[in-house]
Write a protein that binds this ligand. Structure first.
Ligand code: F6P
Length: 361
């Protein structure tokens, strides 16, 4: 068997499980093809590193002890897809440079670990003739064609713990606590952490809320002797009026009102609408930090093993997915540019509603 040179990069926002996935794919490649027949080329800082030729040959020892390690040993960067085909002031043709780096290093294939933007560029490179395999990462869980992405469940665990801790302090002070959960376009993380942590109200972008309904839900609880309420708000949540606006107009409108985020807006609305002392909490990037959960370590290993099988078969232009109990793959071209959003009529929303959780609608 001739030696395979496999390039690996991690792109976009980091999340727990990137290293576990790298380890999974590399170890599986060593097992399937023999350590001497595989050479791993690590590309630093995502597509930026591919453009700038920031590559190095890695040794098997580079992958020891990384199963539990948060972040990414390769480093990552956001290089927006929409800029990939735009020649900026530096006059660099990014696609051409990426192809050149790929060819210079004699890569047989390129593994791209990332979210929706990463997959769009992966598909672009695939249509340009490179052998690409994607691996679905993101705490947002919004990649089309897979039931779950690695990183999501760890973030759910962290978010749930945040909400648990917020509950006790909310209770002591008889306050309303509004917790911002990452997720700009998709509300999966807020929905799951909201259910897992027992939030009284969950606000997500897919279900635009009515401010009066949110205030009403808090007031009804207070009148029933529960002055403390915990609200999980997805970063990208919006009310019905805001939902009619373009994103940039929404941001402008909020800035004019002195409210940068939906969370701060909801907190103000509740405090003025109910008179109950209200605080906003933003765990932010804590949701993405640290060691992956057991679930994500296992999923990352399954995804990595599947990617190694595709490499052995020479089956490129795919991204790995989990559907039901199966680990499988989708064509990059079929999933690129699509996002998997929360179904407002779906089972998870119905479950939350069935226990009395309000979505403010
Ligand atoms: O895509 C993952 C994510 O964590 C989103 O939930 C969030 O909106 C965004 O990244 C934050 O990006 P950054 O780390 O660049 O601030």
């Amino acid at each position: 068997m001739s030696k395979r040179r496999i390039g690996i990069l991690t792109s976009g926002g980091d999340c727990p499980g990137l290293n576990a996935t790298i380890r999974g794919v590399v170890r599986s490649c060593y097992q399937l093809m023999g350590e001497d027949n595989v050479e791993i080329v690590g590309i630093a800082d995502g597509y930026y590193g591919l453009i700038k030729d920031m590559c190095r040959v890695m040794n098997p020892s580079d992958f020891y002890g990384i199963l539990t390690q948060g972040g990414t040993i390769l480093g990552t960067k956001r290089t927006p897809y929409k800029m990939m085909t735009v020649v900026e002031e530096d006059e660099v043709d990014k696609v051409k440079e990426m192809k050149q780096t790929y060819n210079k290093w004699g890569l047989d294939c390129l593994l791209t670990l990332g979210g929706n933007g990463t997959h769009k560029t992966a598909n672009l490179l695939s249509t340009e003739g490179l052998n690409v395999i994607g691996l679905p990462k993101t705490i947002d869980n919004d990649i089309w064609g897979t039931d779950v992405t690695f990183g999501f469940h760890t973030a759910v665990d962290i978010g749930t713990e945040v909400i648990d801790r917020i509950h006790t302090t909310a209770h002591s002070h008889s306050r309303v606590m509004v917790v911002e959960i990452m997720g700009n376009k998709a509300g999966w993380l807020a929905l799951y952490t909201g259910i897992g942590g027992g939030s009284d109200i969950i606000l997500i972008p897919e279900i635009p809320f009515t401010p009066e309904k949110v205030i009403e839900a808090v007031r009804v609880r207070a009148e029933a002797g529960k002055p403390c309420s915990v609200i999980a708000v997805a970063e990208g949540a919006m009310d019905r009026e805001e939902a009619l606006l373009k994103r940039k107009d929404r941001i402008k409108k909020r800035a004019e009102a002195g409210e940068v985020t939906c969370t701060s807006r909801v907190a103000r609305l509740i405090q003025t609408g109910t008179g109950i002392e209200t605080r906003a909490v933003v765990p932010g990037h804590m949701l993405r930090g640290g060691s992956p959960s057991a679930y994500d370590r296992i999923l990352a290993t399954q995804f990595g093993a599947r990617a190694a099988k595709l490499i052995k078969l020479g089956k490129y232009g795919y991204t790995i997915a989990k559907k039901g109990r199966d680990i499988t793959e989708n064509k990059l071209i079929d999933i690129a540019g699509k996002a998997r959003l929360v179904d407002s009529e779906g089972e998870m929303v119905e479950t939350a509603r069935s226990i009395g959780t309000s979505f403010g609608d």
